[in-house]
Design a protein around this ligand. Structure first.
Ligand code: ARG
Length: 458
């Protein structure tokens, strides 16, 4: 059959070229946006006297039934059509006859597709944000549960200073708040309507772009028609925001993987989020966390693919831009899946406080506090640091920890040491003394929890 755009050419294309050119297999997911956009367009054409009110009513009713039939499954997508825009128009014309052919007045597929993607992605941003909020809530609830659970804090993956598990978890809550902010920010620029830019240059008809924008829930319109049809910044911005969020999920995954290993055994994942091995009966593998870490690479790939596609494109629309959809859809689908699995995985995760404490008791993570004790008694910090370091070296040689040194041993290093040193180096004291804003003390973590819950409004 000849293409709808048959005109200059007979519109008969090679089968392989057809398959290559077609985007319906992946853009059909935008049918709702395409149809809703067309309804607003028909209404605008009637308002402006470009078509009759009667024709507009017929078009809108026809579009409404197509939407219902697609929703119910009564109408199947015809994969032989070039794209979803052609499909909807074709069905409309089959059903309504000549009136159907009036819909495409004063628009082009170029502004139509730009409209559809923006509308589709707006909803995606909202869905992703809701899932991120769920995860932030779950992480914050876990932090509340473990706000006094002591564990080693690390730098260079070497035990550094004692912290609480709640404090560690709240670090991720802060990252997720930034992710939510980035999503909200990119949604602002996404929410400008390109419809009415037409093919590239605007139109001779007296259209009302503001009416269509308002009908479809946009904040404003794209003010340059060339830009309106060729801008895909909002896809790139959304994919970068998603990439950063995936990077956070991947770091969290990495920690969960480490923590659930026998080497750490700080946490136990629920069986529901682990798998066994087909050969090693003892295994309980953190596959979900590993897959999230793995899928992060895939999302970065989506971002790089679109950036690369766009980089050499002259204005305005080029067919290359059809490549935007698979990348951005994949990034959205992937992060949604990852977030859903993460919510359950974190919600059911149990800490093993004894093991965290055991690890915290080794590695001299209270050596800074030992130095601070001497500073409190009047020594300059550098001198205190040196004494504290020599004591650690002594402990290592003599198979001791700071808590098991006798007062006599301490006094060998400095006569400043008194019985009260033991209070200052107890891990509980090390944590509870870190009352600076953002620090690891229980009060400080409670303040962080309160802040996050307020931002979430939950
Ligand atoms: N399927 C196309 C896309 O996704 C729609 C726009 C086609 N425009 C055109 N002039 N061929 O980009």
């Amino acid at each position: 059959m000849a293409k709808m755009w048959a005109g200059r050419t007979a519109g008969i294309t090679d089968k392989i070229a057809d398959d290559f050119n077609s985007s319906i297999s992946f853009d059909s997911r935008m049918y709702r946006q395409d149809i809703t956009g067309s309804m607003a367009h028909a209404a605008m054409l009637a308002n402006q006297g470009i078509i009759t009110r009667e024709d507009a009513d017929t078009l809108i009713a026809g579009l409404e039934t197509i939407l219902q039939d697609l929703d119910s499954g009564a109408l199947a997508i015809d994969l032989d059509c070039e794209d979803i825009h052609m499909f909807v128009e074709q069905v409309l014309t089959e059903r309504l006859g000549d009136v159907g052919k009036k819909l495409h007045t004063a628009r082009s597929r170029n502004d139509q597709v730009a409209l559809d993607i923006r509308m589709y992605l707006r909803d995606q941003v909202d869905e992703i944000s809701d899932l991120l909020k769920d995860l932030t809530s779950v992480v914050t609830a876990k932090a509340e549960e473990y706000k006094a659970t002591i564990m080693p804090g690390y730098t260079h993956l070497q035990r550094a200073q004692p912290i609480t598990f709640g404090h560690h978890l709240m670090a991720y809550a802060m990252m997720f708040l930034r992710d939510l902010d980035r999503l909200a920010d990119c949604r602002k620029r996404m929410n400008q309507s390109p419809i009415g830019c037409c093919a590239l240059a605007g139109t001779t008809y007296e259209t009302d772009r503001y009416f269509e924008a308002k009908e479809l829930g946009f904040d404003s319109i794209c003010l340059n028609s060339l830009d309106g049809v060729s801008d895909r910044d909002f896809c790139v911005e959304l994919m970068s925001a998603i990439s950063v969020a995936m990077m956070h999920l991947s770091r969290f995954s990495e920690e969960i993987i480490l923590w659930s290993s026998w080497e750490f055994k700080f946490v136990e994942l629920s069986d529901a989020y682990t798998t066994g091995s087909s050969i090693m009966p003892q295994k309980k593998n953190p596959d979900m966390a590993e897959l999230v870490r793995g899928k992060t690479g895939r999302v970065y790939g989506d971002l790089m693919a679109l950036l690369t596609t766009l980089k050499g494109l002259p204005l305005a629309y080029n067919k290359d831009m059809q490549e935007d959809k698979e990348s951005i859809f994949d990034a959205c689908d992937t992060i949604k899946m990852c977030l859903k699995v993460f919510v359950g995985m974190v919600d059911t995760l149990k800490a093993i406080p004894e093991n965290m404490m055991k690890a915290a008791q080794q590695g001299f993570i209270n050596a800074t506090d030992l130095a601070d004790y001497l500073v409190k008694k009047g020594l300059p910090f550098r001198a205190a640091y040196k004494i504290s370091g020599s004591i650690v070296a002594y402990c290592i040689q003599n198979n001791k920890v700071l808590e098991s040194m006798t007062l006599e041993e301490y006094q060998e290093f400095s006569d400043i040491f008194q019985q009260d040193v033991y209070e200052d180096i107890s891990l509980e004291a090390c944590v509870s003394k870190r009352i600076s804003v953002g620090g690891t003390s229980v009060e400080s973590v409670e303040m962080q929890i309160k802040y996050v819950n307020e931002v979430l409004g939950r």
